[in-house]
Design a protein around this ligand. Structure first.
Ligand SMILES: [Zn+2]
Length: 197
């Protein structure tokens, strides 16, 4: 990972939090690099840097970025600081990662239920008819949220792999009025589009 990439992905707040440092509401904190009683270090979240305003501080006068902060906090080499920064990004990514992907068997079961909902819901049928996608051949489900909270209010199309297993869902929200929030894929978007056969 390039240094620029690390700096882009790693928030200064994540770094501070890692060291148990919380800025106050003015985004100031007690500088960890000098004996600081009144917070004299300013956090610049936009640029992911901090700046110590104290004349008593060896860090005074220059902005510190995430890697520099780690390097000085750990008294380590830049190389080690970069490694540390990468591990912090990894930790963040893991936290943000979605829950384990639903197994294909479950998707098949879920889709069987959604398919029933599709034919029993006048709303979804009317929508499909209006869009000329309502054919007997069409494999589509409707998710009112009863069986599957994700893709709620969506017409759901299965995405399949070459073995015809459902590996993911594509959802078209028929309740949404917005233009950009109508289309959804489940996390595991690796399927080929549903074959009509
Ligand atoms: Zn300082």
């Amino acid at each position: 990972m390039e240094i620029a990439e690390i700096k882009q992905q790693l928030s200064i707040l994540t770094v501070l939090e890692h060291y148990g440092i919380r800025p106050n509401k003015n985004k100031m904190l007690c500088c960890p690099f000098h004996d600081d009683k009144n917070p004299s270090m300013q956090v610049y979240a936009e640029t992911n840097t901090v700046f110590c305003f104290s004349g008593n501080c060896s860090k005074n006068g220059k902005a510190m970025d995430t890697i520099q902060f780690i390097q000085d906090k750990e008294s380590c080499t830049k190389h080690e600081a970069i490694k540390k920064a990468q591990s912090l990004i990894g930790a963040v990514t893991q936290q943000a990662a979605p829950k384990p992907t639903i197994q294909p068997e479950n998707l098949t079961e879920i889709f069987a239920k959604l398919k029933q909902s599709f034919y029993s819901s006048s709303k979804s049928r009317a929508y499909a008819e209006s869009r000329n996608i309502y054919t007997a051949k069409l494999e589509a489900g409707y998710n009112n949220g009863t069986h599957y909270s994700r893709l709620k209010n969506c017409i759901v199309f299965p995405l399949k792999d070459r073995e015809n297993n459902i590996v993911s869902f594509y959802g078209r929200n028929i309740e949404s009025k917005g233009k950009d929030d109508r289309h959804f894929y489940t996390a595991n978007r690796k399927g080929l589009y549903s074959r009509s056969a």
